[in-house]
Design a binder for this molecule. Structure first.
Ligand SMILES: Nc1ncnc2c1ncn2[C@@H]1O[C@H](COP(=O)(O)OP(=O)(O)O)[C@@H](O)[C@H]1O
Ligand SMILES: [Mg+2]
Length: 438
């Protein structure tokens, strides 16, 4: 860090300066200031903004022989002014405070982009004593200049209470203005850097999510082909096994010992038949028949179809569906299948009953459907793998339900997010664009 080469400790001359004459003192300060301004310009690339501010304001205080100083930063979105720095007796407390835009002298300076010198705060109408009252500090006089960059005010620097009781001078104003120019650039750079870091992070996250989606969709397509082929091949043998087992069972005496084995064969073959049906259905989900449709009537039907299942299991289904949802282009059969799979999982996650909250709302150009249950939840480590085909924690499940849901959401160019607090329930959020084009 270039700035590190000059620190407050490197300017002992300021503290040790002989009291013999103000002129000598001023000369020393001027030299220090010129070094400081140079270093400020250099640190635009460094990000030690707090160090820079602290050092700059310390020099300013010493030069002006003042008691305290502050650097304010405007959060334009929130219309609030924060302390980037507060030096002086009550600095620690003051740093936690904030001002509204326009509040007090600093608020005025930031709002109007003009400097202010106040000789006596008791005679200054723009002065607000709120922070003094809250912190126990007593402001008598002050000088405040805006921090301006590219014509925009982003904050202010303020130096408070000249020690000798004299008013702040034009020379003080010149110095603080020169400092403010450098500090504004440094602060702006720090902000840009922070923003670019954030954007970079977002982009990396987005890239990862997109890559995962691509991998998933490629894998699903390849797998669907393979599995469909296998399913086709095993379908006939399974049907033969099941059919012959049923015939053997019918031809045996009721108390024959093979009944037990035949029942097992029949049970297993019917499970396999279901698996083949599910796989076939998943393969068929690969394309969607997108048509403009009414989401409200689809959701009412899904809920009506599920009510008999939930009511028999002491499960409460709370539906909160906004009326007149905008028309949406979708494959209605697929969307209702996806919702039924999600709700079916919630039902299975609540063997002792519970609540399912089902919510639908328009959000921007999408319809957001949220299914929240109070079931057993999903361990965080498993969240990534549950959409994979054949991943299941159930003895009866094929592990294809969520695979199908993901495929359907993908067909609609939508988004799905599953969050869960282990043991406390699961939230599935579907975002379906009003006009998907696939
Ligand atoms: N709402 C939920 N609560 C708890 N676990 C869930 C929920 N939804 C899905 N899961 C987990 O994800 C797994 C995969 O779900 P799915 O693909 O529908 O297959 P299956 O229901 O056949 O097991 C489930 O076995 C379960 O472990
Ligand atoms: Mg399931």
């Amino acid at each position: 860090m270039i700035f590190k080469s000059i620190t407050a400790n490197d300017v002992p001359s300021m503290k040790k300066a002989s009291k013999s004459g103000k002129k000598q003192n001023d000369d020393i300060h001027r030299r220090e200031l010129s070094a400081l301004l140079k270093s400020c310009a250099l640190i635009n690339s460094s990000l030690q903004i707090f160090d820079v501010l602290d050092f700059a304001m310390k020099v300013a205080e010493e030069f002006m022989e003042a008691e305290a100083s502050s650097a304010y930063e405007l959060d334009a979105e929130r219309g609030e002014i924060f302390f980037r720095l507060a030096r002086g007796e009550k600095g620690g407390v003051i740093r936690t405070k904030s001002l509204e835009l326009g509040e007090g002298v600093a608020g005025w300076v930031i709002q109007n982009g003009r400097p202010v010198i106040v000789e006596d705060v008791t005679k200054e109408s723009r002065f607000s004593d709120r922070l003094d009252r809250e912190t126990g500090f007593r402001t008598r006089s002050l000088i405040c200049v805006p921090l301006t960059i590219r014509g925009k005010t982003i904050g202010a620097l303020e130096v408070i209470n000249k020690k000798n009781g004299c008013p702040f001078t034009n020379e003080d104003l010149e110095l603080l203005t020169a400092l403010a120019q450098q500090i504004a650039v440094a602060l702006d750079n720090a902000r840009l850097y922070q923003r670019s870091q954030k954007n970079f992070k977002l982009t990396a996250e987005e890239l990862k999510a997109t890559q995962q989606k691509l991998i998933r969709s490629e894998r699903l397509a390849a797998l669907a082909n393979l599995v469909q082929g296998v399913a086709h091949e095993v379908r006939n043998p399974i049907m033969s096994i099941g059919g012959f087992a049923a015939r053997m069972k019918a031809g045996l005496d009721k108390d024959h010992q093979f009944h037990r084995y035949l029942n097992i064969i029949l049970e297993e073959t019917s499970k396999l038949e279901k698996l083949v049906r599910d796989v076939k259905e998943l393969a068929e989900m690969h394309t969607a028949n997108l048509q403009p449709a009414n989401m409200n009537s689809l959701l009412s039907k899904v809920i009506a179809d599920l009510s008999p299942i939930t009511s028999g299991k002491s499960i409460q289904l709370d539906a909160d569906i906004q009326e007149n949802l905008p028309p949406i282009v979708m494959d209605s059969a697929q969307i209702s299948r996806a919702l039924k799979n999600i709700i079916q999982n919630s039902i299975e996650a609540m063997p002792n009953g519970g609540t399912i909250k089902f919510k639908a709302r328009p959000v921007d150009m999408r319809i957001r459907i949220v299914v929240e249950d109070s079931g057993i939840g999903i361990e965080e480590d498993n969240l990534d793998s549950i959409p994979e085909p054949f991943v299941t924690s159930k003895t009866t499940g094929a592990g294809l339900g969520l695979t199908m849901v993901y495929q359907i959401v993908m067909n609609h160019q939508g988004e799905i997010h599953i969050t869960s607090r282990g043991g406390k329930g699961t939230v599935v959020t579907l975002d379906l664009p009003l006009n998907s084009q696939s």
